[in-house]
Design a protein around this ligand. Structure first.
Ligand code: EPZ
Length: 418
């Protein structure tokens, strides 16, 4: 186990290059199950979750080699392999993304139920309901989803709740189904658009991606293709939150500005001065952050994956702010740890009321989930004195070289063994 030791109170300055998006790379890696052959996938971040996905694909007959941020993948179609084992799935919920492609291409899938995680129960009932509607025969028993189907049928799928991986699973399954599938109340996240672009490169017929209604006309087969994954809007937003909390001036390179409208609006409300070009942002913070209210919503609303990071900034704001978490039922695990650093936060149902303080003080804190870890690092960077952030394996799941990038921005941060 490792921890991060941070001496806070220093302003950030310098350039940071944004990595490929984890939540785009994961569905794209699952989609290689739809067509045998060789793929060169670029801009794939070097993360724990990515290596877990590559291990899972290996158990399904897909070999891969990651060199820096390029991954060569070879899918040697093996119809006998269709099980996503509990041992792997329990370490990464996004493994559910192999369900749709396996069913569509190999006619069978045996995927362990992902189970919950720190931020919530994380059910997959909507994925299962939609695939049943497309003709799959699905039993859920002994902790596994057992699915069978010779040929999925195009259907009209109306999601009761907007689900990102649910939309992605059905879009992938529909690509090889008989006939046309219409996905209503679809997730509009940029990562859904990126996956659609990849699938269309493979020969899929998809329209409407990025809107609430996606239409997929099934084709008989797809082909392998090379692709470069979009960069990570949440990593970029996390660095904006860091400089908003510490003050200073940083430049973000390779930034997916097109996918960050709601985040940029919120940070300019907070008083972050930004010079925005097509793929870079120069961000300057030279005063106390303004208190703002925020409610997390499906895209294009303010992303739930930025909620914890924003809260860290609000602990040092000039007033009262209310943060409402609408997507997950338990995504305030960072609150008790932030309070150990002197933050003034009160929880009520799905909202947190934060009263900005003049300063935070460094403390020993415990990471609980991916974005909570980022929130604690941001608070530690701004706090007076030394902090130690424990259980940073959570951080390594979703941030590539996070402490290295922060050191390059003149933060006093180092990684040590526990
Ligand atoms: C994706 O998770 C992301 N993960 C999450 O990022 C992100 O927080 C989330 O979307 C919301 O934006 C990946 O893309 C790999 P959902 P996902 O299905 O698809 C309920 C991170 O930090 N729901 O959109 O699992 C669910 O309980 C991670 O990188 C059902 O009820 O989220 C939640 O309340 C964390 N039944 C809401 O929908 C279902 O079948 C949205 O969940 C599916 C979802």
């Amino acid at each position: 186990m490792e921890k991060l030791v941070i001496n806070g109170g220093k302003k950030l300055s310098g350039d940071v290059k944004i990595s490929g998006a984890k939540n785009s790379a994961l569905p794209i890696l699952s989609a290689v199950l739809l067509a045998e052959g060789k793929y060169l996938l670029q801009n794939i971040p070097q993360l724990k979750d990515i290596s877990t996905m590559l291990k899972l694909l290996e158990t399904l007959g897909v070999s891969s080699l990651q060199k820096e941020n390029d991954v060569t993948v070879i899918n040697t179609e093996n119809l006998e392999l269709f099980t996503a084992d509990y041992e792997l799935v329990r370490t990464m919920r996004a493994s559910i993304l192999v369900l749709g492609p396996l069913l569509a291409k190999r006619g069978r899938a045996k995927v362990s139920l992902p189970g919950g995680c720190a931020i919530g129960e994380r059910p997959v009932d909507l994925h299962i309901k939609a695939l049943k509607q497309m003709g799959a025969d699905i039993e859920v028993e002994h902790g596994y989803i057992n699915a069978k189907c010779n040929k999925l049928k195009g259907s009209i799928i109306n999601f009761d709740i907007v689900t990102v991986t649910g939309t992605e699973n059905i879009m992938m399954a529909a690509a090889l189904a008989e006939g046309t599938t219409v996905i209503k109340n679809a997730a509009q996240e940029p990562e859904v658009i990126d996956l659609a672009r990849f699938l269309k490169g493979m020969g899929a017929k998809i329209t409407g991606e990025g809107t609430k209604t996606i239409e997929v006309e099934g084709v008989s087969e797809l082909k392998s293709v090379d692709y470069s994954v979009m960069t990570d809007r949440i990593e970029a937003g996390t660095f904006l939150a860091a400089v908003a909390a510490t003050g200073g001036k940083i430049k973000l390179l390779n930034c997916p500005v097109w996918a960050m409208t709601s985040v940029l609006e919120k940070f300019s409300e907070i008083g972050l001065k930004m010079e925005v070009s097509e793929d870079s942002i120069v961000a300057v913070m030279d005063k106390k952050p303004k208190a703002v209210d925020v409610t997390t919503l499906p895209y294009p609303g303010f992303p739930t994956d930025m909620q914890a990071q924003l809260m860290a900034v609000m602990t040092l704001s000039d007033g009262l702010s209310v943060i409402t978490e609408n997507i997950f039922e338990n995504r305030f695990m960072h609150v008790s740890e932030l309070k150990r650093m002197g933050a003034n936060i009160k929880l009520k149902d799905r909202s947190a009321v934060i009263k900005g303080e003049d300063k935070l003080t460094g403390a020993q804190v415990m990471a609980s989930d991916l974005r909570a870890s980022a929130s604690l690092v941001i608070a530690a960077l701004a706090a007076e004195g030394e902090s130690q952030v424990h259980r940073i394996y959570h951080l390594d799941r979703g941030y590539e070289k996070f402490d290295e990038k922060l050191r390059a921005l003149s933060a006093d941060i180092r990684r040590e063994r526990e």
